[in-house]
Design a protein around this ligand. Sequence first.
Ligand code: TNX
Length: 621
Amino acid sequence: MKNLLLVFILTVSTGAFAQKSDPNMGIVPAPVSAKRESGEFKLTPETIIFVDSPDNKAVVFFSNYLKKAGLASSVTDINTIDKNHRNLKNSIVLSLNFKGKLPAEGYELHVTPNNITINGRYSGMFYGIQTLIQLIQKSKSPGYAIVPCATIKDYPRFGYRGMHLDVSRHFFDVDFIKKYLDVMAAYKLNNFHWHLTDDQGWRIEIKKYPKLTEIGSQRAQTKIGRVHGVDSDLYDNTPYGGFYTQEQIAEVVAYATDRYINIVPEIEMPGHSMAALAAYPEMSCDPAKEYKVFENWGDSKEAFCPNDVTFKMLHEILYEVMELFPGKYIHIGGDEVNKDAWKKSDFCRQLIVDQSLRDENGLQSYFISNIEKFVNSQGRSIIGWDEILEGGLAPNATVMSWRGEAGGIAAAQMGHDVIMTPGSGGLYFDHAQSKSTQEPLSIGGNAPLSKTYAYDPVPSSLSKDQQQHIIGVQANLWTEYIATPDKVEYMLLPRMLAMAETGWTQQAGKDYKNFSMQRLPHQLARLEEEGYNYRVPVPEGAKDTTLTGNKFNIDLTPSVEGAKIHYTIDGFTPRETDLEYTTPLQITVPSGKHIDFQAIEITPAGKRSIVSDIKMANDSK
Ligand code: TNX
């Protein structure tokens, strides 16, 4: 009985404790300011949602959320109720037409035992609602929930907070893209960079050029990533393909818009274009050559030819793309252009002379300038990978710095806007999440959560004015080695939450310990409930280490709320049948002996962390 009581007290207190001692009240990304106040608001089936703009997207989103969560509450237009007869008790008041100013995308959230109010405009209201959703603690009785009293004031550090997905190397269907957008919205990301074309597949229907998808979206087979750890020259002999119709694209754009997410479509040029060339070889400098949708990873060595035929076709393609995507930015790629095809071309050699260009690098900037002028003429702006800087650019081009920060720094110094996405900053989510051999196949590298979290997109080498050109941050998810939605989610989560905090939270408000130990466990439990296949971090305190001594303290914290930790000290791989870790341990290792403390964390849904190993050796004789 005594034991039972103890267990009960522990389970009840963890959630509440986490919120009381956590200055950020469990919220990710951490708000600018959060003040916990005493008491709580009880959401009941009688709670009324008062709104001043019933058709507002954020309001509609919230009422749908409540319905889905079984917290159905009626939405009432506050304007229909006489000012003198408004009873705001037991209500949630969503105010878009409030008096006063807030920073862009900002909101204020106030929870008292009587009611909840959110002030915010446009995305500000949407983000206030996301924060409120994170604060809602559902109770066991259906229809009821509680929200701790608090005053929160919040707004983002950067205007551009992006997440990328490569759907060319592997294709992901509309339902999955929506699920991806859902989790982005929940963490206040506002730009989805959709990498729609590459050597290995063209994934967007273009009505004027149907072969782009008829031919360009299908490849005969796919390179097998790595066989037994060694890069292979084997292929899977299985046809692969997929694309989005324009109708589907429109559906995704509307879905994103409802969540205040802008989509940045990327049409790669002049390199990474083999799938398009397979469909329309006339866009190459050697149309007689046979092109096929690339089956390998890495460099296809092919590029669009900078001639009139190609430019006309690309303008027409981009025209359709711009009809589909209403946002300001069109991403035109520009990275890793292999110049071999241009070097072999008489046409290109002559063009270099005619245009007084230096060499093939000059041709690259000639190419980008042409496209940029066209995009600008349609009232839009280009984004390109940092290679587009080589050769000079118009001032309204935005640069994505991926090869470290050097490109971004140079671009900001030249007065261009910059989005930081360096692989060296832990923002390449195709890199592994630890050095363990238990991680799934990845492109390589090591980008653990802590590294992603630590990244600050504003280089101190820039002057204050130049720093203003760093408009945001983005993580990229390339999918050469990621063939399934489950694996996308595994590589995305939880690192995306760390990146989201970098994009939103003021640098001074970031605190890795508070993020990883106090807030993440709560968020991961939520992601689990929502059916995301996140990576279960190893318990805090259990990371692989080698220690020497004779007495060792083991003090672990689960990385996911409600998860269990099992361990062994007998050299066997721990599993659910092994001892459960519930309280700190002290392990004594006799002279000349060593003991391995191996742990695994298993979540309520059965998700497992990798096995960690603390090696403890007593070297004394
Ligand atoms: C570089 S990042 C690429 C991609 C690859 C990625 C793999 C960039 C602009 N280009 O084509 O998929 O590395 O990490």
